[in-house]
Design a protein around this ligand. Structure first.
Ligand SMILES: Cc1ncc(COP(=O)(O)O)c(C=O)c1O
Length: 380
């Protein structure tokens, strides 16, 4: 039986209600939300407003209208970095970031934006003293991942958010790995901006991302166009979410996201998190007993993501054998986060990454561990 352990890339399977919501949106509602006043369009609008409310609820965003739907976390990150930073600005980030942050920043550097990277330890701990010093250096923005997509290391965001607030620097949180898994309170933490994917921990389909921008921050949109509002005005509306939602929304995807979040709210985030952490602990402990396997244990674990290496075998080889011989899906390589691998000491070959999700069982983890054991026995 096929075992899927690549939930950090995207969660699978989704709760059945997610598939049903997508089907309902496409086959039974069908109209374009916010573009007309007929009944179908009103139903379509409700299919977007309702998920917007739920998204705000699960991320602790006080006003649902501050939630904009994009196509991905990557797009949301691009909106913020390119719509907020100007030549000469300085931005602070960490040594654990995903390419979704690293690459837009590299592009912005060519336009005169300066980036400072606060290092992290090999166990994923941010140098908080260095961070506090850097905060005094005339910053325009701090952008940080909430948890590493390589080994699940959690950054102490409530504490960091307090430090940012005291220094008057907006904190932009990349919650791609933690939304729907870790408790998040954008309002209480006074985050400046937040980006996350709809298709990972929030259990929605691919093609929807979430963007939150605090009301007092003037982040320019990346795309302008039709919003269904203020059509007489050639300028992009200044109010949210329309400011960041030009063009027809992916309403079937958003409806699916709403169903995913409803499932999470009914299950309870704590139950989901504990399940993932328990499976991750079983993976870590089981792998640690195997000869020649090194597990990249984080100092503080925030998600179920576990990375490991095998002596004498490349990560690609291990992942290939798991897939081919045992039908177990894991990911190998750099996981779009070369900077994190440099920090964790696994650049350039990367790691094997195992990421259990809400649907995985302890029996599947046992099968995975037995399969790695068998692979090791046959190692040349
Ligand atoms: C930490 C982090 N940030 C951003 C992203 C980008 O998410 P998406 O591919 O949904 O745009 C990912 C995806 O894996 C991620 O792990």
């Amino acid at each position: 039986m096929s075992i899927y352990l690549d939930n950090a890339a995207t969660t699978f399977p989704k709760p059945p209600a997610v598939y049903a919501a997508v089907q309902h949106a496409m086959a039974e509602v069908g109209a374009n939300p916010g573009r007309a006043s007929h009944r179908r369009a009103r139903d379509a609008l409700a299919m977007v407003s309702d998920p917007r409310r739920r998204t705000a609820e699960i991320l602790g965003i006080p006003d649902p209208d501050r939630v904009a739907f994009t196509k991905s976390a990557t797009e949301s990150i691009n909106v913020v970095l390119k719509g907020w930073l100007r030549p000469g600005d300085k931005v602070l980030t960490s040594g654990l970031e995903h390419n979704s942050v690293v690459r837009p920043l590299a592009r912005l550097e060519t336009l005169g934006v300066r980036t400072e990277i606060i290092p992290c330890s090999r166990r994923g701990e941010l140098d908080l003293e260095g961070f506090a010093r850097a905060l005094e250096g005339g910053l325009r923005l701090v952008v940080l991942t909430h948890a590493s997509n390589v080994n699940g290391a959690l950054l102490p965001i409530p504490r960091i958010a307090r430090m940012c607030r005291e220094s008057g620097v907006p904190l932009f949180l990349d919650a791609a790995q933690t939304a729907g898994v870790q408790p998040i309170s954008a309002g209480e933490w006074d985050l400046g901006m937040l980006a996350c994917s709809g298709h990972k921990g929030l259990l929605g389909p691919a093609g929807v991302g979430v963007l939150y921008v605090r009301e007092d921050l003037d982040v320019l949109p990346l795309v302008e166009g039709g919003t269904g509002s203020r059509s007489e005005d050639p300028r992009q509306p200044g109010f949210c979410p329309d400011r960041y939602e030009s063009g027809t929304l992916n309403f079937p995807g958003i409806a699916g996201l709403g169903a995913g979040i409803r499932y999470l709210l009914e299950e309870g985030l704590e139950t989901v998190l504990n399940h993932e952490l328990k499976l991750a602990a079983e993976i870590e402990d089981g792998l640690s007993e195997l000869n020649g396997v090194e597990v990249l244990r984080p100092s503080v674990r925030g998600t179920g993501v576990v990375s490991f290496t095998v002596e004498g075998m490349s990560p690609d080889e291990v992942a290939f054998l798991l897939d081919k011989a045992f039908d177990i899906a894991v990911r190998s390589g750099l996981h779009c986060a070369p900077q994190a691998h440099r920090t964790l000491g696994t650049f350039p070959s990367g790691t094997v990454r195992v990421s259990p999700g809400h649907m995985n069982t302890p029996e599947q983890i046992d099968s995975f561990l037995r399969s790695v054991h068998t692979i090791l026995q046959h190692r040349r």
